[in-house]
Ligand binder design. Sequence first.
Ligand code: 5GP
Ligand code: ZN
Length: 108
Amino acid sequence: MTCIFCQIAVRRLPADILYEDDDLIVFKEVNPEAPIHLLIVSRVHIDTLNSLDEQSVGLMAKMVLVAKRIAEDLKTQSGYRLVINCGREAGQVVLHLHMHFMGGWRKK
Ligand code: 5GP
Ligand code: ZN
C-alpha cells in the first residue's frame, strides 16, 4: 500500500484525526493554509473526482455534510471554504479523493 491517505485511514501512518466513520476520515492538514485546515478523506481509495460514478457519488454528499458539522463543532460557521483539487494540473498532490476544509479566520 503506497498511498499516504490509505495508510492514514488504517492507522499505519500517524495523523491528527478529528473525526471518522465508516466512509470518511478527517484529520489536520500537515501544511495548513488557514487557521483551521482539515482534510476530509474517503476511506476507499478513489484517485480523483474524475473516477466518481453513480455508486461512489454519495461520498461527496457525506463529505459536505461532515464539513458542515465540523464548522458547527469548531464554531466556524461564519466562514469556511471547501476545495477539491482534481488532477495534477489543478494542484492535486495526493491522488486519493479528499476535500480541504479551511476556516477559522474569525470564529463566531
Ligand atoms: P492536494 O494538493 O492533493 O489537494 O492536497 C493534499 C494535501 O495533503 C496537501 O495539502 C499536503 O500538505 C497534505 N499532506 C500530504 N501528506 C500528508 C500527510 O502525511 N499528513 C497530512 N496530515 N497531510 C498531508
Ligand atoms: Zn489511497
